[in-house]
Ligand binder design. Structure first.
Ligand code: AMP
Length: 457
């Protein structure tokens, strides 16, 4: 049986499968690369995905779209040449490309798992499932990126993981920090925090700004972004991960960029990641010393500045692997097979999965808006009542009892709310569903009404 895992990333996507020996392997793309840019462009009238699309979108921006994962679940439209596409449509095109790639290498695929950031809101989660269906994938499960990464490290480290770990994921477009607990092979996300607008792309922009500043200072001329694009900036950024300085040629001028100047320009972005790490530790009620190891994911964790920042926050060296860009996809491939009925797996594949167990927890609070008596103010007011708390182990089902407000009430107004904290004020929570449910006749004030929320895998 063929199982694949797809890391649908903001800047790059990766697909992995479980080989005959039960090891997750990357499927290389048409350019013989392990990672494929999550870019779509119209080239000669047809929609294309990947490196060619990235180049085309760079040269003719109105014919391309990128970083659309940041808009998943939102009402947003991209004009790509003559097509108007939603973030879901664009993600479906990337997923389809990954599926075709996998099929061309390993044949028909039975099951796929797609990953999402742990802090993705409900709509973004649904939009991802929808994109997978549009791409023709049989996706029963999605898995949080940090859980997938942890799963891969658990598998790759060979020895059993036991205790509390952090997964630090800094890719091209998003940053995520998750605190996980591994107990008898069971991976539980205790806390997760992140921002969907912070990553390597932002570092590229900062480097472009730095080059602009230096060029204008040194030459007195105006900087033309075409002379040193974000594309060029990305290449120089990667150079600065290996070397302490680099020289950029703009026209006839040579601009010297030192790593320390670049790092200085990134300080506010890195400070933001540090605050989020500290907040995640707080949420999990842990001190840095409680963290046994920090697992890295995402290409930007190759930067010396990032490694130094992690050491500063956690007081120890992180655990890395050469393939930080691939750990999420490989973990997802393991999970796809792990969640299968195992009947299609060979004995060797099955044995490879025996050590793994995974459970996930909710990354948001879900509640409803109810009328509650405020004793201080001696009046009724609307309040957000949390039903499923953040951090509940998935799958979870919770029933809360509410009371009817009036005799002869004909319906109840049910609003499903989502919030990052146990927020009571309805103004500060997001409404993710809004329905009027009919009641049978003869209802009286004070009658009980049970509301059950279930969060499935
Ligand atoms: P990912 O989404 O995990 O594939 O990460 C992609 C991001 O990692 C892009 O912004 C890349 O420019 C960045 N990246 C990859 N390798 C390096 C490196 N050696 N130094 C700095 N950034 C890197």
């Amino acid at each position: 049986m063929k199982y694949i895992g797809i890391d649908l990333g903001t800047t790059f996507s990766v697909v992995a499968y479980l080989d005959e020996l039960g090891a997750p392997k990357i499927i290389r793309n048409v350019d013989d690369e392990n990672i494929t840019p999550s870019c779509v462009a119209t080239i000669n009238g047809s929609l294309q995905v990947g490196q060619r699309a990235k180049r085309h979108a760079h040269n003719v921006p109105e014919e391309g779209a990128k970083t659309f994962k940041r808009k998943m679940g939102e009402q947003f439209e991209y004009q790509v040449g003559n097509d108007v596409l939603s973030p879901t449509d664009l993600s479906a095109l990337v997923l389809k490309e990954m599926k075709l790639l996998a099929e061309s290498k390993i044949g028909e695929i039975q099951k796929a798992v797609v990953t999402i950031p742990a802090n993705f809101a409900h709509e973004a989660r649904d939009a991802t499932m929808h994109a997978a269906a549009l791409a023709g994938l049989d996706v029963e499960f999605i898995i949080n990126e940090p859980t997938a990464a942890a799963l891969y490290y658990a598998y790759a480290e060979q020895e059993d993981l036991f205790g509390t770990y952090a997964v630090y994921d800094l890719g091209g477009g998003t940053f995520d920090i998750s605190i996980i607990k591994v107990h008898n092979g069971d991976v539980e996300v205790l806390a997760s925090n992140g921002v969907s607008q912070l990553g390597g792309d932002d570092f590229d922009k900062k480097l472009q700004e730095l080059v602009k500043e230096k060029f204008e200072q040194e030459t007195g001329k105006d900087f033309d972004p075409e002379d040193f694009t974000e594309f060029d900036a990305e290449q120089e950024k990667i150079t600065l991960s290996q070397r302490k300085r680099t020289t950029v040629q703009i026209g006839r001028s040579l601009i010297d960029i030192r790593r320390e100047d670049f790092e200085e320009a990134l300080s506010s972005l890195v400070a933001q990641t540090e605050m989020l790490c500290e907040a995640a530790l707080d949420d999990a009620d842990l001190e840095p010393d409680d963290i046994k190891a920090i697992f890295l994911a995402g290409g930007s964790t190759r930067m010396p500045l990032v490694l130094e920042s992690i050491r500063r926050v956690f007081g120890k060296d992180p655990t890395s692997t050469a393939d930080v860009d691939e750990v999420v996809a490989k973990g997802a491939a393991l999970y796809a097979a792990f969640k299968s009925d195992r009947e299609g797996l060979s004995d060797v594949q099955s044995r490879a999965l025996d050590k793994i167990q995974v459970s996930e927890s909710t990354s948001m609070c879900f509640g409803t808006i109810s009328r509650t008596y405020n004793e201080n103010r001696e009046e009724y007011e609307l309040q957000n009542s949390i039903i499923i708390k953040k951090g509940e182990k998935i799958p979870v089902s919770v029933t809360e009892t509410f009371y009817l407000a009036a005799d002869g009430q004909k319906s109840v107004h049910c609003r499903v709310t989502e919030s990052r904290t146990t927020e009571k004020n309805p103004k500060f929570v997001k409404i993710v569903a809004d329905e009027h449910l009919e009641l049978p006749g003869g209802a009286e004030e004070g009658d009980e009404i049970d509301i059950t929320y279930s969060f499935t895998e």
